[in-house]
Design a protein around this ligand. Structure first.
Ligand SMILES: *Cc1c(COP(=O)(O)O)cnc(C)c1O
Length: 404
């Protein structure tokens, strides 16, 4: 069976060029980059080359890039590291209600430890109102943390405008850009960001590596202590192979971002138009303005059916998509992002995310458009919610209910 992978916001396949460049670091170049001998030096050079490539992608100086283990670590580091380093200055943090759990749960943890957190609301399309941000700022505010783009809806937030507000008020600004790098331009200077987090496995590098940009002069308490690596910002022996892979993926992302956008967006638009024209009673979760959404993301609710059952039925055709975010699927709670958008509960439960990638082909999209409408219809016909009150005459469920 042909396998169609439309869950690239959960993770991406490793790029062939990344894998190629990666193997030598398990097969000979085995040194510890902190060692002074030849074995250390050759890998230390490779780590520095990777640092240059990450820096180029986001337009910062290599000395401002710190290698970490994943996006979640970066978000923890940015927020906890700031909260601790600036605790004399204030105890208030502003974030949004739709952040990744690696931001939200860190903020909830800090609330238990004496910090105040404002969670900015979003409207029904998942968009922020910057007037809310301006109103939330107090003399105690030490950090604004807003993701560059949302992993569930694909909505892109007005990061440059938020950066201006942060700068005007002299407040540190962190952005989780895990979903944005490689898909849209991400420039830390233009956006006035002080802390920015990226993750390898969302951009074609291996799992278990990431980077955080820390603007020069930004005081932070390290999350990991115990070694002098990364200019004392992050202890622990470098994941050399992962770092080299991340560097390569960033180099490719920088070179191909425009082409990626054009190609993936046209496939996503085809999928979106195709589903909307063929399937009635659906709801788009996210902004209808496609320019304000990541080019690869589409999130839809299909009335009357459960997202999970749609996923399992698509899976039978080899199609991988996602309901809610991968981290929350398996729980019965509808996603916090749908909740923040006030999506009605049954629609929130049917929310389904399609996230395209570099490998997605026109044939993949044709296949989904062939399979999905019939699958949705079949599931609806089995759904008590769909039948009751519509085909009450002769509807099995209605008959059963009447008998009871
Ligand atoms: C995936 C993701 C993360 C977490 O990154 P990991 O490397 O998997 O820890 C953080 N934020 C966003 C927006 C993500 O999509």
């Amino acid at each position: 069976m042909n396998r169609i992978y439309l869950d690239n916001n959960a993770t991406t396949p490793v790029l062939p060029e990344v894998l190629e460049g990666w193997l030598p670091y398990y097969q000979g170049k085995i040194g510890n980059p902190s060692s002074v001998h030849w074995a250390g030096r050759e890998v230390a050079n490779a780590v520095e080359e990777a640092r240059d490539k990450v820096a180029k992608l986001i337009n910062c100086s290599p000395a401002e890039v710190v290698f970490i283990s994943c996006g979640s670590e970066g978000d923890n580091m940015a927020i906890k590291g700031t909260a601790d380093a600036l605790k004399e200055k204030g105890n208030h943090i502003i974030t949004t209600a739709v952040e990744h759990p690696a931001v939200l749960e860190v903020c909830q943890y800090l609330q238990k430890n004496g910090y105040d957190v404002t969670y900015l609301p979003v409207d029904k399309d998942g968009q922020l109102d910057l007037a809310d941000l301006e109103k939330a700022i107090t003399p105690q505010t030490i950090l604004i943390s807003v993701m560059w783009a949302n992993n569930e809806t694909g909505n892109i937030f007005p990061i440059a405008e938020i950066g201006k507000i942060a700068k005007k008020n002299k407040i540190r600004f962190h952005s989780d850009a895990v979903q944005s790098v490689g898909k849209i331009p991400v420039d830390v200077q233009e956006a006035n960001v002080d802390l920015l987090v990226i993750s390898g496995h969302k951009i074609g590098a291996p799992k278990g590596v990431g980077a955080i940009y820390i603007r020069r002069g930004t005081r932070m308490t390290p999350l990991l202590q115990g070694g002098h690596q990364e200019r004392n910002r992050r202890a622990g022996t470098h994941n050399v192979a992962g770092i080299v892979g991340l560097g390569k993926a960033c180099e490719i992302a920088a070179a191909e971002q425009k082409e990626y956008y054009r190609r993936v967006r046209s496939l996503r638009d085809k999928l979106e138009d195709g589903i909307i024209s063929q399937v009635p009673e659906i709801k788009l979760n996210g902004t209808p303005d496609r320019d304000q959404r990541l080019p690869n993301s589409l999130n839809l609710s299909f009335a009357y059916i459960e997202g999970e059952s749609l996923l399992l039925n698509l899976d039978m055709f080899g199609i991988a998509a996602s309901s809610g975010s991968a981290c929350t699927s398996g729980s019965l709670e509808p996603s916090h992002v749908m909740g923040a958008m006030c999506v009605e509960v049954t629609l929130a439960h049917s929310s389904t995310r399609f996230s395209l990638g570099r490998e997605t082909t026109e044939e993949d999209i044709d296949k989904v458009l062939e399979v999905l409408p019939a699958t949705v219809q079949r599931l609806r016909e089995m759904s008590p919610l769909y039948n009751c009150g519509r085909t009450a005459e002769g509807c099995q469920t209605c008959e059963t209910i009447r008998r009871i």
